[in-house]
Ligand binder design. Structure first.
Ligand SMILES: Nc1ncnc2c1ncn2[C@@H]1O[C@H](COP(=O)(O)OP(=O)(O)OP(=O)(O)O)[C@@H](O)[C@H]1O
Length: 623
């Protein structure tokens, strides 16, 4: 079982989570328009026409009311009843159809928008630098994927509707009101600019609180992911209560920020209501006095008031749009932060494919640091001759995995170069480089898919016979046939439905299927029991035959068989040679051999040689 390390979401929560970027609302709106809306201009135009019709039919209602009051109730013109009734039916039908079309088109634009964003985010993540991915908890990225992008969709759809429909309605109704009575209209609308200024503060608050609340939601997501992933450790150490408390505190913090946003949003609607209400009261007062004096017809008054009442909802929605827009903008700056990620690991333009001849892997004076000023490898020189096996040995943290990472170009050396058959790997295409290398790690990675798909993962299309041949060579065929659906059995999340040895043999079958000439191994038998190990060992021998192998070795038997042993310490190559030579030399390897591979046992069983009094030897007993 792999041990689980937990990140402290509480401490991370207090700093920025690395996803937030500083974009202004104008930048974001322009960008969303350019990248997401303009390419779908056709649908946007249909939506705009539908919204225009909705707004126009709304604007027709006050006129119809005016006609009813003046011609039917006051002038008693009987024929007008039929016309007005037919008019209302006609207006309602058009409004109804237009609303349907507007809803569907805007809905499509919104959901298409979120789908585009997610595709682009996923593409970025798939190609992002490992160092960046490793620095951000997967739960946070997941939250960005699901929550943040959804919030942008809501804001974008809402903005489209508000811009297209509410603003149109406002324009048409204001025009109607001015047409009916300009002076009253001015009274009603007089207070609007004051409301707009008042809402400014809320808008800023909204963006800040949303940004914080999304960060907290990301933390929560990180917490849930790591608790589930490490559930066995959580149980074994009886940490359920503590994890529960951590989750509750993350949830409460998210709630606190969400409530700040909710309060800011809640304020925007009543303030606009109060301001419009004042204008409204003023208009009724003047219209009433005019009506009493007989200067205003009932129809005129009713038509005008209907327009004033109808303008309320779109006015409110235009006012609150601003606050919701800020929510969307806070989320958008996080999502675009991911989409805009610059990858450091770049291919040279038109990089040629790697031309494999013998399969010789060379480290030429390689220096590397994950963090500036802290070199992890220093001036490493090593040649893995074609078809030979080189065992990397050294204490924990000496840089063994880093050497493997560099050969795959997960990172680039800060000095020196790595070549394959004389070609610098940073000059060839990354795809061709990785095509020529198979990687088998100590902790095999399986995907929740069929056994067959897992074996063929990353290679040519699945070929039934070759998949079976690879599984047979990896001593996996027999157990696969015993699974409920044989090669079609799904292996569960991260292959949890299989044992460690079975997972490992599938990973080896994958490497055999890939048939790459260079093999990088983090010795896959070290965490297995002896029975499983014997089977995996057999599979490994078949895999290694005829290939160039660089292996992080944990077992004495492997080291003894290697063509060359490379002993690393603090990122430097201390010694190279064969087992016998190095033991005879009496240097670091000899001490390592004495402690790490203690007589008659493997690393896993060995006790540190504390009695030898050699602190370095004790420190070397790492595995
Ligand atoms: N992504 C990373 N960012 C920063 N430092 C790292 C990163 N990965 C490894 N290191 C550091 O680089 C050093 C070398 O690590 P590396 O994993 O190569 O050692 P190793 O010899 O493979 O160790 P082990 O045998 O324990 O797996 C260590 O000090 C480690 O803490």
């Amino acid at each position: 079982m792999k041990d689980q390390l937990f990140s402290d979401t509480r401490s991370i929560a207090r700093s920025k989570d690395g996803l937030d970027t500083e974009y202004t609302t104008g930048d974001l709106v322009r960008r969303i328009w350019r990248e997401n809306l303009r390419p779908r201009l056709g649908i946007l135009i249909v939506a705009a026409i539908a919204m225009l019709l909705t707004a126009a039919t709304t604007g027709a209602i006050p006129f119809l009311i005016q006609v009813v009051a003046d011609d039917v109730f006051v002038a008693k013109k009987e024929s007008m009843i039929y016309w007005v009734t037919a008019g209302i039916v006609g207006v309602s039908v058009i409004k109804c159809l237009a609303e349907y079309v507007a809803e569907v088109t805007v809905g499509y634009l919104g959901h298409r928008f979120i789908a585009d964003l997610r595709i682009r985010m996923f593409n970025r993540l798939a190609f992002a630098d490992l160092s960046w991915i490793q620095s951000i908890h997967s739960g946070r990225l997941l939250s960005g994927f699901l929550n943040d992008s959804n919030l942008i969709r809501q804001a974008a759809s809402r903005s489209l509707v508000t811009l297209g429909e509410s603003y149109l309605k406002i324009i048409i109704l204001v025009a109607t009101m001015f047409y009916m009575d300009a002076r009253f209209s001015i009274l009603i609308l007089l207070f609007m600019p004051i409301g707009w200024v008042m809402l400014g503060r809320q808008r800023r608050k909204m963006r800040k609180s949303t940004s914080k609340s999304l960060q907290e939601t990301g933390d929560l997501s990180a917490l849930v992911t790591q608790t589930l992933r490490g559930i066995r450790v959580v149980r074994a150490y009886a940490q359920e209560e503590k994890e529960k408390e951590r989750a509750a505190s993350a949830i409460n913090r998210a709630l606190e920020f969400t409530m700040r946003g909710t309060r800011a949003r809640a304020l925007s609607s009543p303030s606009i209501e109060l301001i419009t209400g004042l204008g409204f009261a003023l208009a009724i007062y003047f219209a009433g006095t005019k009506g009493i004096r007989g200067d205003l017809t009932l129809g005129h008054f009713m038509g005008f008031m209907t327009a004033a009442l109808l303008i309320y909802p779109p006015l409110k929605s235009a006012a609150t749009l601003q606050t919701q827009l800020q929510e969307g903008m806070a989320a958008a700056s996080r999502v675009f932060g991911i989409i805009d990620l610059e990858t450091q690991m770049k291919e040279v333009p038109n990089a040629p494919a790697l031309e494999l001849t013998k399969g010789e892997l060379t480290y030429d004076d390689v220096t590397f640091a994950y963090e500036p000023g802290k070199p992890v490898l220093q001036g490493v020189n090593l040649t893995v001759a074609p078809g030979s096996t080189v065992a990397l040995v050294g204490p924990s943290g000496s840089g063994k995995s880093t050497m493997v990472n560099l050969a795959l170009r997960f990172f680039d050396p800060s000095a020196g170069k790595i070549t394959i058959d004389g070609q610098d790997i940073s000059d060839v295409s990354i795809a061709s480089l990785r095509d020529s290398i198979a990687l088998v790690t100590q902790d095999p990675v399986l995907f929740d898919d069929s056994v067959r798909a897992n074996i063929a993962y990353g290679s040519r299309p699945e070929n039934q016979d070759e998949v079976i041949a690879a599984a047979k060579a990896a001593a996996a065929h027999d157990f696969i046939m015993k699974l409920p659906q044989g090669y079609d059995t799904r292996v569960g999340e991260a292959g949890t439905l299989l044992s460690g040895g079975e997972r490992q043999r599938i990973a080896i079958a994958r490497a055999i299927y890939k048939d790459a000439p260079i093999l990088l191994l983090d010795e896959p038998t070290s965490s297995l029991d002896s029975e499983a190990e014997a089977k995996v060992q057999k599979a490994l021998e078949k895999l290694m035959r005829g290939r160039t192998v660089l292996m992080i070795a944990h077992r004495l038997s492997t080291v003894q068989k290697a063509d060359l042993i490379c002993v690393l310490d603090h990122g430097r190559v201390m010694e190279t040679g064969r087992h016998g030579e190095l033991v005879a030399k009496g240097g670091l390897y000899a001490r390592l051999h004495k402690t790490q591979f203690d007589i008659g046992g493997d690393a896993a069983d060995a006790e540190p040689d504390e009695e030898s009094g050699d602190p370095e030897a004790v420190a070397l007993a790492t595995k």
